[in-house]
Design a protein around this ligand. Structure first.
Ligand code: LLP
Length: 408
């Protein structure tokens, strides 16, 4: 997505400095063609495998409607976790029959909304939720397609905040209650179990964890088949990691599919719910150095993006590569890159070795397409950032910068 032409950093065919000239900083920037490339990295191996399946982009990673429209054109589905995400998916042109809906706390209003919109499938996370869906579906004279989200109790070796498939997390139905759950569903006339779902975590860099989960899920589907319950759809969740560090080796969607397809029979249909691996490295954050200062042994670059714009470093100690937009041979120095928010926890990078940037210089925080703008807030009454989409040599404003008069 990035390339230096001479001394200038480009995104696709646009000079980053020109984006700054037109839209100022701080600004989230996305590359349309990188999104398409990342989507195809799922679509192509799936098509070549001759397995039947559906790719459902996880809207929580980035709900910008212009970005969802790109995916809708590619015939993607969506993985949603709220009524709002279902609404946004439909607004973007995603077909209802390609929308799956997970989440541990679906409200009656959300369930009714989803049923009225005829979404494809509910990923059900508790016995009470199943009863609620059945009751509302009955009232609406509908039959809801469901999958139980099963917690397979595997450890994907990622940050504790984003592990979901281990015993003791709030997600899904415990592995040893899975058969009971499907038997329970059979007693309800307005739900039809057609799938099984497991999502074990996020930023997963070792696909063997998926295989462990798949083997456990296969055991359940085999047992269910013996009891006369045929599961058509295997939903493998999302979670594939991306390279936050330069030259980091990461598994591809094809690697992931290989592990999973080995486990299941050819007649099964598959759902994948990638988020980060579609949009993560297709987005970045452009920011400007407002001030430089030192305190004791430490250097600080104070920039115009902060934890309210990108919370991942503060919340998960996440590492995002930082690159200056000019390739100049400056001496290197060690610095923290921090924002203007009034908390010591407000940082984008700590003890980072960078070229000696100065007041007024611009830098890019890479791989912020996923869980960047999506998790932003107006903390400290800082308006939402502008968002710009690059398509070859074209720039389009896809979200206007927030204004003081709109602050809540
Ligand atoms: N499906 C389900 C049911 C999920 O809960 C998630 C993410 C996904 C799919 C998409 O996972 P992905 O492919 O993006 O890893 N805010 C955190 C990540 C939270 C992940 C929540 N669930 C972060 O910034 O790292």
């Amino acid at each position: 997505m990035f390339s230096f032409v001479g001394k200038d950093l480009f995104i696709e065919n646009v000079k980053v400095l020109d984006i700054e000239k037109k839209y100022k900083t701080a600004t989230y920037i996305y590359s349309k063609n990188k999104i398409i490339q990342n989507y195809k990295a799922y679509h192509t191996p799936l098509a070549e495998s001759r397995r039947s399946g559906l790719i459902c982009f996880a809207v929580k990673t980035n709900p910008n409607v212009s970005l969802l429209k790109i995916l809708a054109k590619l015939k993607s589905g969506t993985d949603t976790v709220s009524g709002g995400e279902i609404y946004r998916s439909l607004e973007a042109g995603i077909l209802p029959e390609k929308i799956v809906y997970a989440g541990v706390g679906k409200t009656a209003e959300e369930i009714e909304f989803a049923l009225k919109k005829n979404i494809f499938m509910f990923n059900v996370e508790s016995f009470q939720e199943l009863e609620a869906i059945d009751k509302i579906a009955k009232k609406l004279k509908k039959v809801a397609h469901i999958a139980f989200r099963i917690n397979p109790d595997v450890d994907p070796d990622t940050h504790s905040h984003i592990v979901t498939g281990k015993k003791g997390t709030k997600f899904g139905i415990p592995y040893d209650e899975a058969l009971h759950a499907y038997a329970f569903a059979k007693k309800h006339k307005n739900v039809l179990p057609i799938g099984i779902h497991s999502h074990i975590g996020s930023q997963i860099l070792d696909v063997s964890a998926y295989k462990l989960a798949a083997v456990k899920i296969k055991k359940i589907t085999d047992e269910l088949a013996k009891n006369g319950i045929q599961i058509e759809y295997i939903n493998c969740g999302g979670g594939l990691g991306i390279a936050y560090k330069k030259d980091q080796k990461v598994p591809t969607p094809a690697d992931l599919m290989k592990e999973i397809f080995e486990v299941f029979d050819a007649d099964k249909k598959f759902i994948f719910e990638p988020g980060r691996s579609i949009i993560g490295d297709a987005g970045c954050l452009l920011t400007k150095v407002i001030y430089e200062k030192s305190s004791g042994e430490k250097n600080f670059l104070i920039v115009d993006a902060a934890m309210n714009d990108l919370i991942r470093p503060s919340l998960y100690d996440a590492y995002h590569e930082i690159i200056p937009i000019k390739d100049v041979k400056e001496e290197m120095f060690k610095t923290d890159v921090v924002g203007p928010v009034c908390e010591s926890g407000d940082f984008l990078a700590k003890d980072r070795v960078l070229p000696r940037l100065k007041q007024g210089d611009f830098l890019i925080v890479t791989c912020t397409g996923a869980y960047g703008a999506a998790m932003a807030s107006e903390y400290n009454l800082r308006p939402h950032l502008a968002q710009v989409l690059i398509d070859k040599d074209k720039m389009t404003l896809i979200r206007k910068r927030g204004q003081y008069k709109d602050l809540r």
